[in-house]
Ligand binder design. Sequence first.
Ligand code: MLT
Length: 265
Amino acid sequence: MIGYTTFKNARIRYSDQGEGRAIVLLHGFPLNMQVWEEFSEELSKHFRVIAIDLPGFGASESIGYFHSMELMAQCVHQVMRNLNLRRYIVAGHSMGGYAGLAFGELFPENLRGLIMFHSSSYQDSPEKKLDRDRSIENIKKRTKTFLKAATLNLFANPKDEHLKKVREIVSANSVRGMVEATEGMKDRKDREIILRFSEFPVLFIYGKHDRILPLEKMLPQTEVPRDTETVLLKNAGHMGFYEAKEESLNAIIKFANRCFRMPVE
Ligand code: MLT
């Protein structure tokens, strides 16, 4: 089912399927919740699965002019509170993982586990921040060209069968929402400390051919949490839920079952 919540006067869209213990899926940039469709379908055979259009993406409205990772986390918390869900797993793809980690900082009592799906606890380097400024120019002035290149970069194989569909999905996003999120990513703080002191288990999933978050730069953080698991997808870039669907699903189901079996303090 598709539902709507109001958060800071903005309408927020989410999907809700399946029953039982809950997992919330947060999309990356410049995507929206529709990228989770096939994956949610499978996952909802085991769990209740909520996927959210983060503010400014898909059918969710923008809030002000700057979307921090904290704001995104607060939005997720609001959606889940309105659904009367108190303890759940957050799985964030890339930017969704940045928001997931902000969630872990703000609302650790609600987390039973965190999945960093092609994501990172590190803040942007000075070079990356300059890149963000260039991206903002391109999003505003050359939206189609920006989206064409950005979506191509997501996949290990430039001829991946999902590319066409992903391009259709991102065409629903607004220029304003993409700019606000880019500003938010650029400004985000380093959250390795949240991993270090996390009381919740963390699962990292990485693609060997990821051009956006290269594997070798990501690996050191996987050692940081007290309870940590890492899955490497040999044939994936930045889109494991399409490129290595079965492997990603199995990893998440196994991890989630383990988290949900742990006693709640
Ligand atoms: C994403 O996939 O969410 C973004 O590419 C992440 C980023 O730009 O840092």
